[in-house]
Design a protein around this ligand. Sequence first.
Ligand code: ZN
Length: 190
Amino acid sequence: MERTPLRALRYLLVLVCVAGLGAFLYETGFGRATPFSQWTRKSTDERLSAAKTNTADTVTTDMQFEWVCFYRRCGHTTSRRKSPTLEEVGMTLTQFQNRHKEYHLEVFPGFMRMDRALAQCCPAHLVVFHQGDILCVYQNTEGENTLSLQWALSYSYSALSPETQKLVQKGMLFDSREAIAQFFQASQPS
Ligand SMILES: [Zn+2]
């Protein structure tokens, strides 16, 4: 039988979606033919301050978020698209921005771009540091600002040339295990 709390929940979801879409169409001036260029011409600050003063500007179910991270250490950018969670639907843009303070928010009709810059390198790299005399490989597994230890190498830090030691102190970026092995095999005395 379908007459269960699940069915009631489904009706509630549909109701929330319809209400959200209605609010969105009303607030974005659907039917008033606002040219898209008018939106794109506005600076981010203008859009954000408009979002701050217009408390009815809310996150709706049909919005798409683009989460963009720029990693300074390697210069790469990652981006992923997501729909808002149930919890985020209905939030004002100010509430949403306060929740993600580290991001810079850009608002377009039905679409938001969330940007931030991180000091680390992106998850595509392996980074070699040293712990005492042991060389260790780290990776940005979470895509955040921290690296986590992956494994230790059998090469010795003290056997490296002073130039290479300086590079390792800052963290050396590699793109593969093979590249690490090649480099340190060549750097160790035979
Ligand atoms: Zn990268």
